[in-house]
Design a protein around this ligand. Structure first.
Ligand SMILES: Nc1ncnc2c1ncn2[C@@H]1O[C@H](COP(=O)(O)OP(=O)(O)OP(=O)(O)O)[C@@H](O)[C@H]1O
Length: 268
């Protein structure tokens, strides 16, 4: 499916006195792999949630090509949410259902209410779901209950579920924050494979700086709702890191950046 540039213009969201996102402007070109980093509370989740309209902006505009995403309502808004699939830290699967059914639930966004309720899927949809699972090395687990899989496997099921939605953008909100290093690496590699093979734009919030450096073409760093840095991993010097994390003490930076979530091995 043809992809367009996602443009955020002076996008803001306030919650009471808190400016969670404060006048953020970004252009995200088709096929980019963008990592959003910053301390807890910097506004990363709010930014992602505004893009798929789970949270409404207080101010500013989101455009996708010629479409004013901020103005979408009803059916057009549902279509947009299908166009930008979202992966969450907590996987959001129905644990008692099997893996294949969980993936097929990704197709429900296409349907009217009644056919969704019936949970009836066509052979074509089942094939699509199995192909997506196979890409993520999970076809053998298709009939297993989702709740019996490891966290990393569940997150890859969530990615398969997002893929059958046939999205144009993949948004991932701290997708590896609850995973051990091995599983975190597999999930990041799955996102990278989808980005490279399908040319899908990926926008991922990450706690860990080394993960962002290892996987992202472009790193956007936020602090107190604002973009502090926007560039490549190579441009992310220790001085910039100090600015982003707001401390002079580099050992404290290492602590805050690497200890709260899984560390990911840097691929060769
Ligand atoms: N629904 C809400 N109601 C009130 N305040 C909120 C709400 N959502 C976010 N905030 C506030 O907005 C600011 C940004 O939060 P956000 O979750 O976007 O940051 P984050 O960088 O994603 O942090 P984390 O990594 O902890 O998720 C924080 O001060 C947070 O407390």
């Amino acid at each position: 499916m043809e992809q367009q540039t996602l443009t955020l213009t002076k996008l803001s969201r306030t919650f009471g006195e808190t400016r969670a996102v404060d006048s953020v402007s970004l252009d995200i070109r088709p096929g980019q792999f963008v990592g959003v980093i910053g301390r807890s509370g910097a506004g990363k989740s709010t930014l992602l949630r505004m893009i798929n309209r789970l949270v409404d902006p207080s101010d500013g505009v989101i455009r996708y090509g010629d479409t004013d995403v901020t103005a979408l309502r009803g059916r057009a808004l549902r279509q947009w949410r299908r166009d930008c699939a979202m992966i969450f830290q907590q996987f959001n699967l129905v644990e008692r259902l099997d893996v294949l059914t969980n993936v097929l639930v990704g197709r429900l966004a296409e349907r009217g209410f009644l056919s969704s309720m019936a949970m009836h899927f066509t052979d074509e949809e089942r094939t699509l779901a199995i192909e997506a699972l196979d890409r993520l090395d999970l076809a053998p687990q298709a009939l297993q209950r989702a709740g019996t899989l490891s966290g990393g496997q569940q997150q890859r099921v969530a990615i398969a579920k997002a893929l059958v939605q046939k999205p144009r953008i993949m948004l991932a909100d701290e997708p590896i924050a609850s995973l051990d290093p091995g599983n975190a690496t597999r999930v990041m590699e799955a996102l990278r494979a989808i980005n490279r093979e399908d040319g899908l734009t990926v926008l991922v919030n990450l706690h860990t700086l080394d993960t962002a450096r290892a996987y992202c073409d472009r790193i956007v760093a936020m602090r107190a709702g604002r973009v502090m840095f926007d560039g490549s991993a190579a441009q992310l010097t220790p001085d910039v890191v100090r600015d982003i994390y707001g401390t002079e003490d580099l050992s404290e930076i290492d602590e805050s950046v690497t200890s709260t979530a899984a560390r990911v091995a840097v691929p060769a």
